[in-house]
Design a protein around this ligand. Sequence first.
Ligand SMILES: Nc1ncnc2c1ncn2[C@@H]1O[C@H](COP(=O)(O)OP(=O)(O)OP(=O)(O)O)[C@@H](O)[C@H]1O
Ligand SMILES: [Mg+2]
Length: 363
Amino acid sequence: MRPLTILGIETSCDETAAAVLRLDQAGPHVLSDIVLGQAAQHAPYKGVVPEIAARAHVEGLDGVIAAAMRDAGLGYGDLDGVAATAGPGLIGGVMVGLLAGKAIALAHDKPLIAVNHLEGHALSPRLSPGGATFPYLLLLVSGGHCQFISVLDVGVYRRLGSTLDDALGEAFDKLAKLLDLGFPGGPLVEKTAQNGDSKRFALPRPLLGRDGCDFSFAGLKTACAREVERLGPLTEQDKADLCASFQAAVCDIVEDRTRNAMRMFDGVWGAKGRLVAAGGVASNQAIRSLLKALGEERGYDFTAPPLRWCTDNAAMIALAGAERLRLGFSDDLSFPARPRWPLDDEAARLRPSHKPGRKGAKA
Ligand SMILES: Nc1ncnc2c1ncn2[C@@H]1O[C@H](COP(=O)(O)OP(=O)(O)OP(=O)(O)O)[C@@H](O)[C@H]1O
Ligand SMILES: [Mg+2]
């Protein structure tokens, strides 16, 4: 294949990111990878404020793209295409990045590839040398999504199960907010749990033992809120114990659901072999360890991207763009920003013969 050099742009939530990636016969090579986080701007509000995020993308994106091009040692003329996240995400931020991508594509006469952010996460384990080969069972656990997907090839995705209510990252963030731990919440819950007693609180494990591989976290979240109400003013030990008990419940749920997802994956594809976790929550060490142990027990290789490619980044967007361009797909400059965009639809867009699977409550 002809090597493809792609600029990737990511602005769907609270990271302003740009990266340059070259895809050749040997695989992907990340030539530059810049992420400008916005945590400090959102911290006073204990969560991402869409308007602040969009403004911060406007202010930061030009500099981030310039730095990515400079680090890669390339000019726009050296690119084969420009890939930008076109959704799903916070619409203001998505529009900023997608418009920037369109402008660069138009000005330098390059193809635009409008990338589904979830496809970026789904392919992110392939960024590392020797990374995941198809097919694999993907657990996508991020701030907005929690689902199992059979990733059979680029653009061939079958959703096996989804959350019925909250995403797992959202549940971590809500607990952090409840305990006033700070922002972003997930890593702080993990850190606080290290000093806690995971058996102190008997928290529910929704859907445990049920068929299928859907998730539900609303009951767990409510149970945590009730404990906080019951305890009154919290000591540091209370917080640590609650975080440890929450994380233990989450691990039990993830293990149970993953066992079922493996059965479903084996049953349909007979392709037992690779389990992959991606998205911000995949950086949680307790979850990574349990998936690794489960993989060893069930004869699955377990892979997760390095931590910087679990959370939002543009290297994964550039890779998704390069893979699509390699297959001959690019998008019109009229492509709209999409606040919602399930990955099954993405598969249907790339492979029209593919029939989308069952839709969960959340995209
Ligand atoms: N160590 C950790 N333990 C648990 N959760 C974590 C950890 N690190 C990050 N997270 C969670 O990951 C989420 C951020 O991940 P990511 O950037 O992939 O999500 P997003 O882009 O906001 O959502 P989506 O990709 O679904 O649009 C947050 O909810 C954050 O709390
Ligand atoms: Mg994300």
